[in-house]
Design a protein around this ligand. Sequence first.
Ligand code: FMN
Length: 348
Amino acid sequence: MPPRRRTKVHPTPRSNEGRTKSSAPAAPERLNAATIDLAVELGARAPLRLERPVVVASGPLGFGAEAATLIDLRDVGLFVVRTATLTARRAGLPPRLVEVPGGLLHAIDRENPGIDEVIQRHAPAWRDTACAVALSVAAGDTAELKRLMRKVEGRGATLGIDAYELDLTAPCDALDGAPFESSLDEAARLIDAAREATELPLIAKISPTATSVARLVAHLADAGADIVSISGSPVGFLPDRARRGAALAAGSGRLSGPLIRPLALAAVAEAAQVGALPIIGGGGIGSPADALDFLSAGASAVSVGSALWADPGLPGAIAESARRAAASRGAPRVTDLVGAALRDRLRS
Ligand SMILES: Cc1cc2nc3c(=O)[nH]c(=O)nc-3n(C[C@H](O)[C@H](O)[C@H](O)COP(=O)(O)O)c2cc1C
């Protein structure tokens, strides 16, 4: 049980003589960081419980087993596996990843061997994972999505899957390959199809450059999403000056790393003000302080991706730092930090 906040007793001054009147609020009483509750429950319909407010983003750490050798999954609340599709997808031609100032530009090819083989090879690792697991899926249309989900449905517990993440940054057939997130209707249609197919919690993943984030999140909530993850990579392009072509063989690609963080924070704050869905926020988180910024902008949990390659200890450091931040504010739960920047702004 979380410890109760103790009420600070201020000595009552006998007289106001010699005192200046101050409007500054009393500093909150510091709590013992070890007693802070780190758990979050996301979504109202079928809450997804994360023991830590830290999510490993889909992709950079693969399908599961590899991740356990790199990072300590006991420090993580949710591991999102690399995106699976109905049939196998090959990686495109190299170069597929280039460095840009402040981050990476990459072609997310959603390379995977198809859902049957993903399950066969990786489900044993999911069942043994120390944190919750979300299966990330992508499809070009609702029929393909339903066929994909039928292969998983009813087997969530056996397979070790606690939630789905739907990648709305993926290309939509009806939009000639533009991402689902660029159309309120197409994005909502895909979520609606997924909602019909499953009782498991549904996370809708979008990027900060999705169409009108606030309206999109409201549409996703109406269509049946339980959680929105605003942590996807926005589109980027870099010319190859020497070859006069594009730096990536695929032409344009997706951006990850610190350069997308301010964009992501703005989108999180926008969605938080609507309040339609609990938010997993991320994009460019490279330090505990970055993660606290996302909580403060209104995310209930933070997503960490490419930074894990350089700093596998980041999830543990984020959890510890969130604990200390809550303790210093006299807040017994890390969830009390959520949206602090928005509240402070409203107050000022
Ligand atoms: C190598 C690589 C592979 C990725 N693969 C996927 C993927 O399969 N599905 C997905 O939804 N996002 C994928 N992403 C995007 C990440 O999940 C994340 O949204 C993005 O990298 C932004 O977070 P970051 O700046 O913390 O890395 C990938 C990113 C990278 C760098």
